[in-house]
Design a protein around this ligand. Structure first.
Ligand SMILES: Cc1cc2nc3c(=O)[nH]c(=O)nc-3n(C[C@H](O)[C@H](O)[C@H](O)COP(=O)(O)OP(=O)(O)OC[C@H]3O[C@@H](n4cnc5c(N)ncnc54)[C@H](O)[C@@H]3O)c2cc1C
Length: 475
């Protein structure tokens, strides 16, 4: 019997798992996917929004402002990267400037640093800003991160503190007993006193397993992107249009590793797992971007991708205990700014919900920090030479575009919550993120995975369970 089972190993579930692993609790984190952060946490704009955008009185506003401030300590504790690039919200003409004034007032009231720039002042900093931009509201403290790096680091910390991580485990139904919940999964039953539903686009389905009317439905909204190679530095700041009916609009975002994201769209889809990219979606990214940006170097596009927002009928996060099922807690409808809000959502669930009915005793042995894995690119030449002398695998370059060594890949496979898929290795140490997109290194990563895991190369998958890479006539 667990005290708490968290369904969903995205940024919300893993953040909760890490925080709860600091208490004396029997804890499990369950996900239907074969890796951590394969849902919305995998494919988004990666921005830690400062919190000027959500409307007053919403959970989104409260969680975003608090969450963004909590992240500074989290990066340090978990050894995760973040880059403070700053954000420009770009207005074209009088009407849009009125919206900027609303955002400025919100930001001032929430204590978020901001400053107005004229269109020309902003273009001095961002030469590719469109000529129609008349005024910019600048948020200098906005940062970008690697969202799945944070989620994986949180899960690693939780597991090191004794939490159970159950991947490939889909919750298919839930039975309520007098004092517990029994989760029926494709790998057997799991009994627990408390359940936290952090299942992203699947959160509505999970909620209806225990509750006839949870008060929300989820309609996923797809966001499609282009990715530019880091050979070109197209923008230094994140450039937003003024927000509209479709949310924050189409952006240009510099990433932690110097690529540029262009997108996302925001279109409702029916399937809970439709992350396909489309001509229509990508064409609308181009069209919308033309309003705020110019000289977009599409010849440097190395990839496109799409993510699904778990958007709710409430238009706000649903973070509360289910009224007719005590001990069943929703962390649902966590669309943007869910990444920025995750630390505050976790804090709120622990302090404002769980602590009301559960005795939470700190575990003095819990370690809430994590050492950053060795990244050869972050070392000096002398330090690299020393590492290679001790272990020559760190001198064998597997990914030429991003200069990733075999030693880093082996470490990513064997550390806690390690990789066992090609995409899992890519998420952790980045082979395949460069301009050849894995054309050269992917077969070598596959071989290393098979060797290190002691399984046949035929059993190595790209990402999802069904995505086998090699076929054999003998099977
Ligand atoms: C296009 C796009 C852009 C965005 N940009 C930003 C941004 O810049 N900044 C920001 O703050 N936020 C952004 N967001 C929002 C942010 O990505 C999400 O709010 C956040 O990732 C949600 O995390 P989560 O843990 O709730 O959900 P997820 O990451 O989706 O995790 C849910 C998990 O639940 C699992 N699951 C589902 N059903 C079951 C089941 N039955 N059994 C077991 N497991 C199950 C899934 O496999 C999944 O791993 C963006 C989102 C999108 C899609």
């Amino acid at each position: 019997m667990y005290d708490i089972v968290i369904i969903g190993a995205g940024i919300v579930g893993t953040m909760l798992a890490r925080d709860l692993s600091g208490y004396r609790l029997r804890l499990a984190l369950v996900d239907r996917e074969n890796d951590i952060a394969n849902g919305a946490t995998m494919a988004n704009s990666a921005i830690i929004h400062t919190g000027y955008d959500p409307e007053d009185g919403t959970m989104k506003a409260r969680m975003n402002v608090r969450g963004a401030r909590m992240y500074e300590k989290i990066y340090q504790d978990l050894g995760c990267l973040r880059k403070v690039v700053g954000a420009y919200v770009a207005a074209c003409g009088d009407d849009e400037e009125k919206t900027l004034a609303v955002l400025k007032q919100r930001a001032d009231e929430r204590g978020i640093e901001n400053v107005y720039l004229s269109g020309d002042e902003a273009r001095c900093q961002e030469p590719n800003l469109g000529d129609d931009v008349t005024k910019v509201l600048s948020f200098p403290t906005t940062a970008v991160v690697y969202p799945w790096e944070i989620a994986i680091a949180c899960a690693e910390t939780a597991v090191n503190n004794g939490a159970d991580l159950m991947l490939n485990t889909e919750v298919r139904d839930i039975t309520r007993t007098e004092n517990s919940y029994i989760l029926h999964t494709d790998h057997g039953d799991i009994e627990t006193r408390y359940v936290i539903d952090a299942a992203g686009t699947g959160a509505g389905k999970i909620a209806r397993m225990v509750c006839e009317d949870p008060g929300f439905t989820i309609q996923p909204r797809k966001g499609e992107y282009f990715v530019l190679d880091h050979q070109v530095e197209y923008v230094k700041h994140i450039v937003f249009p003024v927000p509209g009916v479709k949310g924050k609009g189409v952006l240009a975002v510099p990433t932690v590793y110097g690529n540029t994201l262009l997108g996302p769209t925001s279109d409702p889809v029916q399937a809970l797992d439709d992350t396909s990219t489309t001509f229509k979606g990508l064409d609308s990214v181009r069209a919308d971007l033309n309003k705020t940006m110019k000289n977009v170097p599409y010849r440097y596009v190395i990839r496109n991708f799409a993510g699904l927002r778990p958007s709710g009928s409430t238009h706000d996060f649903v973070i509360r205990e289910c009224e007719d099922a005590p001990g069943f807690i929703f962390a649902a409808c966590v669309e943007s700014p869910g990444l920025a809000s995750a630390p505050a959502i976790s804090e709120y669930i622990i302090n404002e919900i769980l602590s009301k009915s559960l005795t939470l005793e700190k575990d003095p042995d819990a370690v809430m920090t994590r050492k950053r894995p060795l990244v050869m690119a972050e070392l000096t030449d002398e330090e690299r030479a020393e590492v290679i002398r001790e272990n020559p695998a760190y001198g064998r370059i597997i990914c030429r575009c991003e200069q990733i060594s075999e030693g880093e890949i082996i470490d990513a496979i064997h550390r806690t919550c390690g990789a066992h898929t090609v995409k899992g290795v890519k998420k952790r140490v980045r082979p395949g993120m460069g301009r050849c997109q894995g054309g050269f290194c992917e077969p070598r990563v596959l071989d290393i995975l098979a060797r290190e895991l002691g399984i046949s190369p035929l059993d190595i998958v790209l990402d999802s369970k069904a995505s086998r890479i090699l076929e054999s006539e003998n099977r």
